[in-house]
Design a protein around this ligand. Structure first.
Ligand code: ATP
Length: 289
């Protein structure tokens, strides 16, 4: 029996950093939502007791550094599973892009193995296990739209935002999330209004959602990588309704409601950037079990 699971990318509608904690992590508050750009994970049982990662992308590790590997190892250890699994990752989401590709692969692996190994775990239990792998894994287990707090592992689900087009553009640089957080100066940053964004989502107010996009990490990444700032400017010039960097970058996304604008932004950006995608918001996540 083979199991296929989709692992969608996320974008940040908001990303705020409240303070640095005594354990070295930053206390964050962010609203994330999944988009229709997804890796495909295939899980196949192996007779031998091993975890095998199959990926044809040179930027994706095929050993225990892979977050999908870590997901399988955690479940194997916790539930004393003696059989093995081959995890094939068809990588569609750009790597080290601020789109949580690795975290989503880990979450999809948790959900798929829950089925394959008949563990009967709830989404809450899978999210709790996921938080041990990385801060964004819990959110990715639920998918859809949510407010994430703490290190990102405290997830409160939100309704679907007003639907729209999302054009994603990733410059060829990769950004290290750890470096960006290290260079963030919290004093004097402009915080996004998270409450106002939640209200915009709940009332399905597209214009308000656009006006409340905000990401404090832009202050670091845009300064370090001028090409990210340039892509933001281009997206605005081609007519996106609102533009923001996702996560720690370097991917920039633009929102638009009308097909004609989406086409203009998409075609315009392709002249500047190799990796450009036009996708929809997924809106709803996994049903609550
Ligand atoms: P986030 O938005 O959560 O910070 P990201 O989109 O910036 O994540 P990823 O694509 O998850 O970053 O990759 C970051 C690094 O993680 C990569 O450089 C890679 O070495 C490692 N990695 C581990 N597992 C995976 C995976 N399944 N897919 C992609 N990268 C992975």
């Amino acid at each position: 029996m083979k199991i296929m699971v989709k692992a969608p990318a996320k974008i940040n509608l908001t990303l705020d950093v409240l303070h640095k904690r005594t354990d070295g992590y930053h206390e964050v508050e962010m609203i994330m939502t999944t988009v229709d750009l997804a890796d495909r994970i295939e899980l196949e049982p192996l007779p031998k007791d091993e975890i095998k990662i199959i990926s044809h992308n040179r930027f994706v590790p095929d050993d225990s550094r892979n977050l999908a590997y870590q997901a399988a190892r955690l479940l194997k250890e916790k539930y004393s599973i003696r059989s093995g699994v081959a995890i094939s990752i068809e990588k569609i989401i750009p790597v080290a892009a601020g789109l949580a590709g690795g975290s989503s692969d880990a979450a999809a692996t948790l959900k798929g193995l829950n089925q394959l190994w008949d563990l009967g775990l709830s989404l809450d239990e899978l999210a709790e296990i996921g938080s041990k792998i990385g801060s964004d894994v819990s959110f990715c287990v639920y998918g859809g739209t949510a407010l994430a707090r703490g290190r990102g592992e405290k997830v409160k689900r939100l309704p679907a935002p007003p639907n729209c087009w999302v054009v994603l553009a990733k410059p060829t640089i990769g950004v290290s999330t750890a470096e960006v957080y290290k260079n963030l100066k919290i004093d004097g940053i402009r915080h996004p209004n998270t409450e106002a964004m939640i209200h915009a989502i709940e009332t399905k107010d597209y214009d308000k959602m656009c006006s409340h996009l905000g990401n404090v990490l832009e202050s670091v990444t845009l300064r370090t990588y001028p090409e990210v700032a340039q892509i933001k400017e281009q997206m605005e010039r081609f007519g996106a309704d609102a533009v923001l960097m996702s996560g720690s970058g370097p991917t920039v996304f633009g929102l638009m409601q009308h097909d004609s604008r989406m086409n203009r932004v998409y075609n315009g950006l392709r002249g500047f950037c190799d990796q450009v995608y036009a996708v929809r918001l997924l809106g709803e996540g996994n049903p609550i079990d």
